[in-house]
Design a protein around this ligand. Structure first.
Ligand code: HEC
Ligand code: HEC
Length: 385
């Protein structure tokens, strides 16, 4: 099985214990790569997809453990690799019919929920198969995120995260990060920090993206709502052999081991870090975070939520995160990024900075006021991460 261990990209060098060498990591990778099929299949170990889903495997949305791409089909509907449409409203509930995500695929005999078109940053939904959406439902794109180094972010202590929070901006610097608290735990993963652990994030992905039950979300029809009766009554792969689930605890734990073992990009100190700090980027994109074991990591995030202003707002509440709040996206690995921000709307780091508003307005203005040479140095620095 040795060959499956070779996953490291050249820029991924270890700061973590080499979990990548464990058998659990290899088995987890096999599950991460596995295309799930609809039930009943010849082997119960691979069935349970859907009935509604976005993609059949984790890897199809996180190719090489990286970020997705936005593509258009021949009619101009957008989709692509790792791009989904989140549904919700200001109260934090999903659409009464379509749930929390638009599932654009369905197994044989079932109807996909619809298709998405994007014109001038405005979404249009067509072919909605289950009637109109609720008038209060908002929708917004979410591009998949890179997965390297997440095991290290999981190790950062709650105390460290909370030490940077300043919800009422008591220090008056205009920056007031706060944690997203999910069932009493600090959220760390996904664009609005909705998942406290990688295991929960993997289960959320099975639920929303693939339509499979796990110990965390035992519903075999994933994001289908009570009004989607065909989906609820559709075939499923829950089986006694797997704790009456489609993905049992052992499988979920193996995927968790895989995610934990993905190493972080190496940080090489470079010119430009001083500018990064001076203009105020480092107030949220913390260059250094200590781990309980004494190591220091360089994710360029505080894992907190910030109000990023109207231009980035999606009006969707997720956990405590309101429609204008986003988790500071880690900047490590930016050299690999082709599309920035939660919905991939920015093609360069400069464009990404231009979309910053709310608590980040001052830092953006400081950036825009830099002499051309300094601006370039800061951009080069970001592209080196
Ligand atoms: C249909 C595409 C799709 C599939 C399939 C998918 N993901 Fe994702 N993944 C995404 C998107 C989109 C996000 C961002 C979600 C959000 O912010 O709500 C994400 C986020 C994540 C994150 C959080 C990254 C971070 O920086 O916080 C992890 C971890 C993850 N996915 C793991 C998985 C695993 C494990 C699987 C398989 C069980 C999986 N994903 C399947 C699209 C997908
Ligand atoms: C108030 C906190 C805050 C400050 C200050 C801030 N950012 Fe951000 N940054 C964020 C958040 C939150 C996101 C994610 C927003 C989204 O996806 O909608 C983000 C996203 C980004 C991204 C896109 C990352 C990706 O992988 O998609 C880049 C690049 C970036 N910031 C660079 C900067 C730079 C450079 C500065 C300083 C000029 C800066 N930021 C200042 C909070 C901040």
């Amino acid at each position: 099985m040795k060959q499956i261990y070779i996953i490291a990209l050249p820029f991924l060098v270890g700061t973590t214990p080499l979990q990548a060498e464990s058998l659990d990591f290899a088995l987890g990778k096999a599950l991460f790569d596995r295309p799930w099929t609809s039930a009943p299949a010849s082997t119960q170990a691979t069935d349970g997809l859907g009935p509604l889903f976005n993609a059949r495997s984790c890897v199809s949305c996180h190719p090489q453990n990286g970020r997705g791409k936005i593509t258009k089909d021949k009619d101009g509907a957008i989709g692509g690799i790792g791009y989904v449409l989140r549904l919700g409203n200001a109260d934090g509930t999903g659409d009464p019919v379509y749930g929390h995500q638009l599932q654009t695929n369905a197994i044989h005999g079932q109807k996909a929920e619809g298709r998405v078109f994007l014109k001038n940053h405005t979404y249009q939904l067509i072919d909605l198969a289950y009637g109109p959406m609720d008038i209060s439902t908002r929708y917004a794109g979410r591009l998949s995120q890179p997965l390297h180094g997440l095991g290290l972010l999981e190790q950062v202590s709650d105390e460290t995260i909370l030490s940077h929070a300043d919800p009422d901006d008591l220090d008056g610097d205009g920056i007031s990060g706060r944690p997203n608290i999910i069932n009493g735990q600090i959220g760390r993963f996904a664009w609005k920090a909705t998942a406290p652990t990688l295991r929960i994030q993997a289960a959320n992905a099975f639920f929303n993206d693939i339509g499979m039950s796990t110990p965390v979300h035992p519903q075999h029809a994933g994001d289908c709502t009570p009004s989607q009766t065909d989906c609820l009554n559709g075939p499923h792969g829950n089986s006694p052999q797997f704790e009456n689930l489609e993905i049992d605890s052992q499988m979920l734990n193996l995927i968790n081991s895989y995610l934990k073992g993905l190493r972080a990009p190496v940080y090489q100190p470079a010119e430009g870090i001083d500018l990064f700090k001076n203009v105020g980027c480092a107030s949220c994109h913390l260059p250094e975070l200590p781990l309980p074991n004494g190591d220091v990591i360089h994710p360029f995030s505080d894992l907190l939520l910030h109000d990023m202003g109207q231009a980035l707002a999606d009006g969707i509440k997720e956990g405590d995160a309101d429609g204008q709040e986003w988790r500071t996206q880690p900047l490590w690995g930016s050299q690999e990024t082709k599309l920035f921000l939660h919905d991939g709307r920015a093609k360069t780091v400069e464009e990404a900075i231009n979309w910053h508003g709310g608590e980040a307005t001052k830092a953006k203005e400081n950036f825009l006021a830099l002499p051309a040479a300094d601006k370039q140095q800061l951009i080069t620095f970001l592209n080196s991460l």
